[in-house]
Write a protein of this length. Structure first.
Length: 296
């Protein structure tokens, strides 16, 4: 690759980072989701420029690096706050094919969450999960393929229509030292190349439900099938992503063996996140997401 071509590639990369939301359709969605990984191209371009011994090309190649660092540099800095927390929440997509979820559930239970949200529940894995959870979680609600288990009493529990044709979301309320916390547990429609319409509709439906909720403390947990860099994610504002508030790194959760995306989230409003992290759940094709929150 010549110096001129290297410089052009650097400019194109910088433009992709800075102007990715102007790219329409399925390509735009794919670009949004893979945005953090574009940073891997920067060292390659810099290496080519160095080999060409072109100072001007090297400086041009720094441009996408500056854009990437401005966008994602803060994500790489640990942001955990104080040790105090009032509520620890976990979410995991068990996987519909995972007929024996005991190890996955045990891995999450080792972190002792107060509230656990599970998705892709089936007749087979639900029964096994319930057996693991029965001893420690006195309260639970299951609606369709989504369930929530809690050490705290549940009130105002019911399904949430996200316009997918069957029930994959619920709402409930748990108490805290500072007042009730409204929790939405959801599994939104999948997003595939050139097929995001249904996913986008479920985002809009869930976001509208949450926006209309006047509860002072709101939490959304589940497989939202949406990266934080996806333009559709803006629909959840002013909810804040717990990983961005108090995590370290991107917190990718899928696929579990070598995660490159983060479709799983815990979002919150009216509280503060003290810590956020992910962990392996053997048998699931997703990693679990956990967050500790101060409800004040």
């Amino acid at each position: 690759m010549g110096s001129a071509l290297t410089a052009v590639a650097a400019v194109v990369l910088a433009a992709a980072l800075a102007l990715h939301r102007l790219v329409p359709g399925a390509l735009g969605t794919a670009l949004d989701s893979g945005l953090p990984w574009l940073g891997l191209l920067v060292p390659a371009l810099l290496a080519v420029a160095a080999l060409r011994r072109s100072t001007r090309t090297f400086l041009v190649c720094l441009l996408p690096g500056v854009f990437w660092a401005a966008m994602f540099g803060p994500v790489l800095v640990p942001r955990s706050a104080a040790d105090h927390h009032d509520l620890r929440v976990a979410t995991l997509n068990l996987g519909a094919e995972n007929a024996s979820p005991r190890e996955a559930v045990r891995a999450v239970l080792a972190a002792a969450p107060d509230v656990l949200v599970l998705q892709e529940l089936t007749t087979a894995n639900l029964a096994a999960a319930q057996q693991e959870l029965a001893a420690g979680y006195a309260y639970h609600a299951v609606t369709g393929t989504v369930g929530l288990w809690s050490t705290l009493p549940l009130t105002e529990t019911g399904p949430v229509d996200i316009g997918i044709g069957w029930t994959r979301a619920l709402r409930t309320t748990v108490p805290s030292a500072d007042g009730p916390v409204r929790i939405y547990a959801a599994h939104l429609a999948s997003a595939r190349p050139a097929a995001t319409t249904e996913r986008d509709q479920t985002i809009a439906a869930l976001a509208a439900e949450v926006a209309a909720d006047e509860s002072p403390r709101v939490l959304v947990a589940g497989d939202l099938n949406t990266a934080t860099t996806d333009r559709q994610f803006d629909a959840f504002a002013p909810l804040r992503d717990t990983q961005q508030e108090a995590g370290a790194g991107f917190g990718f959760t899928w696929p579990a063996e070598l995660p490159v995306l983060r479709p799983d989230h815990i979002l919150q409003r009216g509280m503060s996140t003290q810590r956020s992290w992910v962990l392996r759940a053997p048998g699931s094709d997703h990693r679990a997401v956990l967050a500790e929150l101060d409800t004040a």
